[in-house]
Design a protein around this ligand. Structure first.
Ligand SMILES: *Cc1c(COP(=O)(O)O)cnc(C)c1O
Length: 353
């Protein structure tokens, strides 16, 4: 499919200084239409800017929306790499399936992302640790207030240069176990990367911040006993040499691409990695026995986020003296090494633009 390009007549100044996250957008964006019967059509790159939608558009009322998040990394020798973009394409299709939204050919998806980045290639930041954050998303656009699946959609890709996540070094986070609210339940939309999941999570995040914690540790929605995720990251525990991460088989956990990559890297390295149910009680018992060695979150934004402190009931448990653990550090170095092209990509994970 040909992607038409309408270049901006007024390119913006590139930001100087610290970039932060998600505040600055590049000169262009990609838009593609879906119409029932016609499929995805008319992909085009246009100047970044507001879009016009009917206030009756279904996305505003019933939340038929899902998104992805990935990054373009600039290597020392000037190449630009994506990390496992076909995984994002597949996951978006799984989200679409759950929300009765139209799927897209994975090649077309990756082509759209590449084309958008290629157009704004000079927006990929070059400072260490920085990257161009890519946000593809789909919204339902039928102007209709009845509840059903929309017949028309927009697929869009917007781009935002983002700063180094750890500009002052990796600081382990403090997490708080949420016992009042849940993020997802079996049979719900936990595995789909949809805005609705986030809308429902903000209350807990706010509460955690008020109590001086950076992230929420989510428990399962049924028994409120088993660990699911940390904030918008998957979570790993190292207990007595074994690496454990909650199983995604029930569909209530977001299947992270960083999670999957960590499991593959760790297994290749010879670690025992188990995907299973892990209860808070088990974590607490391991901590008491001196066997809780590391906890870390995984996600595209931070890559690896070590957990230094966890509050269980009235008890505060410090992990690895509030320092980054050996496995967390190794995974961080390996993944970021592959992403920024400093380590040879023997897994075939990167895609050059
Ligand atoms: C996106 C996301 C993750 C992490 O996924 P990655 O593909 O590793 O970035 C984890 N949990 C939730 C809820 C997410 O939305």
């Amino acid at each position: 499919m040909e992607i038409k390009i309408e270049r901006t007549a007024a390119p913006k100044e590139k930001p100087t200084g610290a970039l932060g996250f998600g505040k600055v957008f590049t000169d262009h964006m990609l838009v593609m239409d879906y119409t029932e019967g016609k499929g995805w059509h008319d992909p085009r790159i246009v100047p970044f800017g507001p879009i016009s939608l009917s206030p009756a558009s279904m996305v505003f009322h019933y939340g038929q929306e899902n998104f992805e998040g990935l990054k373009a990394y600039r290597t020392d020798d000037g190449r630009t790499l994506l990390f496992r973009p076909y995984e994002n394409a597949r996951r978006m299709n799984n989200s679409c399936d759950r929300l009765c939204m139209p799927k897209m050919d994975e090649e077309l998806w990756v082509e759209c992302v590449k084309a958008a980045v290629r157009e704004d290639l000079d927006w990929v930041p070059t400072e260490p640790g920085t990257a161009l954050y890519i946000r593809p998303f789909i919204i339902a656009t039928d102007p209709f207030l009845g509840v059903r699946a929309s017949n028309t959609y927009y697929f869009m890709v917007i781009l935002s240069p983002s700063g180094a996540y750890y500009s002052t070094g990796i600081n382990p986070v403090k997490i708080y176990i949420e016992t009042e609210y849940v993020r997802a339940v079996r049979g719900g939309t936990g595995f789909a990367k949809c805005g609705g999941n986030y809308a429902a999570s903000i209350k807990s995040q706010t509460k955690a911040h008020e109590e001086g914690y950076e992230q929420v540790l989510w428990l399962d929605g049924v028994e409120r006993k088993y660990i699911e995720e940390v904030g918008s990251m998957n979570v790993f525990f190292k207990i007595d040499g074994e690496i454990i991460t909650p199983s995604i088989a029930d569909g209530s956990i977001l299947p992270g691409i960083t999670r999957k990559s960590c499991i593959e890297l760790l297994r290749n390295k010879g670690y025992k990695v188990t995907e299973r149910k892990l209860s808070v009680d088990e974590v607490e018992a391991a901590a008491k026995a001196g066997k809780l060695e590391e906890i870390f979150g995984t996600g595209t934004a931070a890559v690896i986020s070590p957990v230094g402190e966890i509050k269980i009931g009235d008890e505060i448990i410090t992990i690895n003296d509030n320092r980054i653990g050996e496995v967390s550090q190794w995974l961080y170095d390996t993944l970021t090494g592959i992403q920024w092209g400093r380590i040879e990509d023997t897994m075939g994970w990167t895609v050059e633009i």
